[in-house]
Design a protein around this ligand. Structure first.
Ligand code: IPE
Ligand code: IPE
Ligand code: MG
Length: 231
């Protein structure tokens, strides 16, 4: 029988992840890039399981950035095909009680994918175990800009509360822990407003290799942090 591991003392309510390193994972094995992304989906499924088990309320992952559109057309097309099948195939959400949401410029993903996303969001809207948000065609700066435009249109003052209320992320608390895999130590335009007081955790592990143990290491590191919020 598996021995249950002790829970870290402070479990973050919201974990955000920049899932990076799929391409390098594939290259190192002489495989086509898309194989790295496929393994990346397996890693995401594992990670969702861990979050459910630890009672984490929100998991937000960076799946595709606004700047990723500049990649080779073939790679973008392959990724979109993979995204489509992930959205169609994933049965785990129902079983695990996962509520799916997508943030970013979903229209750019194409009509069929946008429709699929809308369907999955509706299907899972009543589920409460884990709030899974996937950032797709996402730019943190664009989110801030659309929030400003919104407030100007509504003739509202630019206060922190008002901005927070119109960001794409208005439904979620700020991330407590932000993880980036693959050794890169930058935000790459992810959740610029929301990570003001997040704890950052960087690991050399490539996203497809990020397993349960790697996630638990990140959670343990978080549990040992002292958050002061400037006070
Ligand atoms: C992250 O992996 C996933 C996406 C950006 C879609 P990369 O594709 O950036 O992998 P590397 O950084 O080239 O290894
Ligand atoms: C950020 O990773 C986007 C995702 C993980 C989806 P990138 O690989 O695109 O970022 P850079 O180019 O290393 O900054
Ligand atoms: Mg990358």
């Amino acid at each position: 029988m598996a021995i249950p591991r002790p829970l870290p003392v402070a479990v973050p309510r919201h974990v955000a992840i920049i899932m990076d390193g799929n391409g390098r994972w594939a290259k190192a094995r002489g495989l086509p890039i898309i194989e790295g992304h496929k393994q990346g989906i397996t890693a995401l499924r594992r990670c969702i399981d861990v979050c459910c088990r630890y009672g984490i309320d929100y998991l937000t992952v960076f799946g595709f950035s606004d700047d990723n559109w500049r990649r080779q057309q073939k790679d973008v097309d392959n990724l979109m095909d993979l995204l489509r099948s992930y959205l169609i195939d994933d049965k785990d959400w129902k079983k695990e009680g996962v509520r799916l949401r997508v943030i970013g410029e979903r229209k750019r993903l194409g009509e069929d994918i946008a429709r699929l996303i809308g369907m999955k969001e509706q299907e899972t809207a009543e589920q409460t175990r884990l709030n899974l948000t996937i950032a797709l065609s996402y730019s943190g700066r664009k989110d801030i800009m659309q929030a400003m435009e919104h407030l100007i249109r509504q003739k509202k003052t630019i206060s922190e509360d008002n901005v927070r209320g119109v960001l794409w992320t208005s439904f979620m608390p700020d991330p407590d822990l932000l993880i980036r895999t693959s050794g890169e130590m930058r935000l790459s335009n992810f959740m610029l407003w929301q990570t003001a007081y997040s704890e950052f955790y960087f690991t050399d592990t490539l996203w497809p290799d990020f397993d349960e143990q790697a996630m638990e290491q990140a959670l343990s590191s978080y549990a040992a942090r002292h958050r002061r919020y400037g006070a």
